[in-house]
Design a protein around this ligand. Sequence first.
Ligand SMILES: [Zn+2]
Length: 496
Amino acid sequence: MATVDSVIDKYELVVGMEVHAQVLTRSKMFCSCATDYAGAPPNTRVCPVCLGLPGPLPVINRQAVEATILTGLALNATVAETAVFARKNYTYPDLPKGYQISQFEFPQCEHGWLEIEQDDGSSRRIGIRRVHLEEDTGRTVHEGSYSYVDLNRAGVPLMEIVSEAHIHSPEDAYRYLTKLRTILRYLGVNSGDMEKGALRCEPNISVRTLEQKNRGEYGAKVEVKNLNSFRAVRSAIDYEMKRQIETLEAGGTVEQVNMGWDEQNQRTVLQRSKEDSHDYRYFPEPDLPPVHVNQAWVEALREQLPELPDAKQARYVDDWQVRRTDAAILIDEGLVADFFEGAVAAYGMEEGKPQRLANWLTGEFFRLLYADGEGQDLRQIAETRVAPAQVAALLQLADDKVINQNTAKKVLEIMYATGEDPAAIVEREGLAMVSDTSVIDEAIDAILAANQDELTRYRGGEEKLFGFFMGQVMRATKGKADPAAARQRLQERLDE
Ligand SMILES: [Zn+2]
């Protein structure tokens, strides 16, 4: 799309994001059926309420309401004094009642925002229009020429978080989603697992010329569905933006449609034209009372808010002098942040120490984590055999010059595999650093004697041979020599 790149500056990308997040509750939104449907035999987590049978009445899940209010508070939103559930009427095989209960005119929370960090370290605020509560639908499973309906998921509490159309680049969409997921996980209200369908996002994508922008006009919106990773969202937005610009540049018009994402071919594909009517004939759910939320309830929930990612990052940077980029990596997963803080508590907060820990965690430790288990899920850190205090003890051994840096890496690998204490490993494997200059001198003597040619060349001015000698010394001491001591002694002997 070379032609697009040349005209891209004439347009502004406008994206709004709808995120559906399953709320982590034990029971469903309006009945006592369990939400642990993953892997359960079809239609075993159902009752007359979520099957939509006539007679029984729904009851609001208080925990789901509280999770939604907590989310609203974390997203700087206003909590409504009165939220109202409504019926959203449409027919679909996996919707047994023929309507979905959702909040429409009176959502639980409105007018929030979150901040995303730009490459230069500055932040941008993305508005959040609303956070409301609804129920999930069942699932239709297609097999051969048959379609089956599994209603285990029907009625699972679902939060919908709708952003303002404040996103203007694929990268910002990615940052927005990443930040939102981190916040939801910190709150413990959602697992963030996109591959399991617990978090789903649908971007509304449009482009407009700068003249349209000045007139306050928008282009036709294309909604992309079935995106199963944040990376796919970013790619889909980038693709759609270019497709729409290309269409407009060729004199065409962008249709308001729903698209799907073809991961294989990295392109959007037409799903179906958006229902023109878009008329769900919403009306207040007659079987449920409005949700009244008084100030005391809100304040009690506010007390429960954990330290949120932005505050945590600022604390690492301001109090512990951790580099901003490293702090951003550490706070991304709450479990990683917990591990880091546990290690800092054991290691100490003196100047440079938290940063040294950050280097080890994001470097060597993450490398081991990634090589282990499935995928790149850093939440695995909570299941490793290594305790935070053991990482602190390892670094302390290096600080105390009991082991050198290379040995420390080796010890960490053994710790990771066995869960042993670093001191025990050093003792058993005889890895303690050799700082005893007589041992180092002995090794140097033998090396100089065995490499007379190189010695003559070095003394004749070929100084780069220093590295050769240094390598020999480290090898002779099995990598355990104190590098600083070895370097100094070697230099003295070579310059004699
Ligand atoms: Zn049920």
